[in-house]
Design a protein around this ligand. Sequence first.
Ligand SMILES: C=C1C[C@]23C[C@@]1(O)CC[C@H]2[C@@]12CCC[C@@](C)(C(=O)O1)[C@H]2[C@@H]3C(=O)O
Ligand SMILES: O=C(O)CCC(=O)C(=O)O
Ligand SMILES: [Fe+2]
Length: 375
Amino acid sequence: MPSLSDQPLIHHLQQFEFKTLPEVPDSHAWPVVNDHPHGDDAVPVIDLACPDAARLIGQACEEWGAFQITGHGVPVDLLDRLEAQTRRLFSLPTGQKLKAARSPGGVTGYGVANISAFFSKLFWSEGFTIVGSPHDEARKLWPDDSAEFCGAIEEYTSWMKPLGCRLMLLMVASLGVSAGDIDWAVPSKETTHEAALPVIQLNSYPACPDPDRAMGLAEHTDSSLFTILYQGNVRGLQLLHGNHPTGRARWVTVPPVAGALVVNVGDLSHILSNGRFQSVTHRAIVNRTQTRISVAYFYGPPAHFKISPIEKLMGPQQGPAYRAVTWPEYLTLKRRLYNQALASIRLPTEGEESRTNTSEMITAAYTRRHEEAKV
Ligand SMILES: C=C1C[C@]23C[C@@]1(O)CC[C@H]2[C@@]12CCC[C@@](C)(C(=O)O1)[C@H]2[C@@H]3C(=O)O
Ligand SMILES: O=C(O)CCC(=O)C(=O)O
Ligand SMILES: [Fe+2]
């Protein structure tokens, strides 16, 4: 299926003008959005200043693959500026935003999430991806007036880097592993932590005339170690919570908590923890009256560093569940395989029949299934 970036400009314009429509057009109409039971169980809210933070974070990573954090130190007025600048970006005329359209096969700029290519229906959302410095992309949107936007993004990034590092260390500590066992996670002159380029995804979900038939962002896990998500005060983020006593996974809305940030565990932490931490399946739904925005900061390891299950977590009965991958390698797998990327690097467990579990076979099976069951 062609990706958005392969389509002619006219389709881009039609795709992103959906906000002004009085009803959801067929191109954006999903048959069933509320297809799982909903739960009222609540994702944990953890104060980072609390002495028990590491244990609580470990528990949340195992049970939910997500938690909200308070006591993180990021100034509220910076969060307000980040939100205002994000809204300013998405309020630009579509033609202007398309000047920064993501190029074919590219990563940065304006467009839809990569996973859109796996669905025949379009998302009720638009995104803007920044890798490293925001200046080049922002200049395409505001040739003379990008300073305020870039200032907010750069300042936010400068808070996210140490916060990410702190969270990583708390997560690792909760596994009973010392920081020395993952020395890439601790920034120093000797290590190349700085080589992990910050990746920020700005999302906008316009108000929708028929929210039950539209999908903001379809279910997925993030590829990162974890993602720090600012979601403002409009509900829309839902997590799939699997360990419910009824035995059925349930969609649970993450309620906005003033000043809190959401942390979603990504696939690389699932690999690092040899399967102990869950990478959380999540999605964004839309609503009738308010445009929702979110800002995702994807925290990953330095590009050259291979992530593999931490040796100390293995014993005679438990070998590594996954082969080693770098973040860029894994991102490529994710782009090709969507939610089969993890399975494609899974190693057979002891005693298991040797599986011909190559990514090619999985791709073929996955593509077949998707072709048959396209929504
Ligand atoms: C670093 C990245 C993670 C991401 C791909 C990207 O290069 C930038 C966008 C990210 C995003 C956001 C929406 C969901 C997602 C699966 C997607 O299609 O694009 C994630 C990607 C990911 O986590 O693999
Ligand atoms: O908007 C949200 O709440 C979720 C965004 C998200 O999952 C992402 O950008 O990866
Ligand atoms: Fe996500």
